[in-house]
Design a protein around this ligand. Structure first.
Ligand code: ZN
Length: 276
């Protein structure tokens, strides 16, 4: 199981350059690059510069985060998503990063689950067509908030199954999985090859529906049943990668190296029990 760092964990005060240096120093295998941090980086450096860093180092790019709110968009909103997709595909071509996380829309109105599925599948097909020539895959991430149009693992997996494309899979995020009571049975029935990204995190013990990203804590420090999720992943044969992804304002104010080091230590201490 390769260990990745997701830049959301240091979002407020860090940069791509700083995250990369400390991630390399602390032995991460992979990094998930945020779109905003990438755009900031490219104001001062060429993409080729980033490629050289990855060529020299141990750490490799794994995925870009994220194209947000892909479904139920108006024309201008969707055009921005398509532009960002093209931008990430082109940068991904230079640095060899071939996955993009895509996120469904919130507060869409009174649509049924089937209407949401139809609209999301339609959009995923269009984005998949555009990503395919670059060899890029799309990882669809449900969000465990009550007002997100896709908010459980089962619902997200059904959408990915209905889309039925080689370059479309799902993101499993432990916080989102816990936050709206996703079912372990749905995970147990999943094809491990369709889990494109695995986000690890934990959270405070608030009720379902009340949890937000700011309640995330280091893996093993909260109430998410990570043992059950990791045990199930081992059972179904998933062992590709795990990425630590926090959004906790308190950790954003820590010294950046301490945050990056703690993310690695807490992730390893729980993951290594299942994936030595
Ligand atoms: Zn996530």
């Amino acid at each position: 199981m390769k260990i990745a760092f997701n830049q959301a964990t240091t979002m407020k005060n860090s940069t791509l350059k700083t995250d990369l240096e400390y991630c390399e120093k602390h032995g991460y295998d992979l990094i998930e690059i945020r779109l905003d941090k990438l755009k900031d980086y490219l104001k001062e450096h060429a993409a080729e510069h980033l490629k050289q860093f990855f060529d020299r180092g141990r750490i490799k790019p794994f995925a870009f985060n994220a194209l947000e709110f892909i479904s139920f968009r108006d024309e201008a909103g969707y055009r921005q998503i398509v532009d960002d997709l093209k931008f990430l595909c082109e940068i991904g071509d230079v640095i060899d990063c071939k996955k993009i996380i895509v996120v469904p829309t919130f507060d869409v109105g009174d649509y049924t689950r089937m209407q949401i599925q139809d609209e999301t599948v339609r959009v995923l097909h269009d984005l998949s067509d555009r990503a395919q020539p670059y060899g890029v895959s799309l990882a669809f991430e449900f969000v465990g908030y009550p007002n997100c149009s896709v908010n459980t693992f089962g619902q997200a997996y059904d959408i990915v199954k209905a889309a039925d494309r080689d370059n479309i899979g799902v993101v499993l995020d432990c916080f989102h999985f816990h936050a709206m009571n996703s079912r372990l049975d749905d995970l147990r029935q999943a094809d491990p090859a369709k889990i494109f990204v695995f986000h690890i995190d934990d959270c405070e013990d608030l009720p379902a529906g009340a949890l937000r990203d700011r309640h995330r804590v280091w893996p093993g420090h909260g109430c998410v049943n990570l043992d059950a999720i990791l045990g199930t992943l081992r059972e179904i044969g998933y062992s590709d990668m795990v990425s630590v992804e926090l959004f906790r304002p308190e950790y954003w104010d820590w010294d950046i190296e301490r945050t990056i080091r703690t993310g690695k230590e807490t992730t390893e201490s729980i993951v290594r029990k299942y994936f030595p």
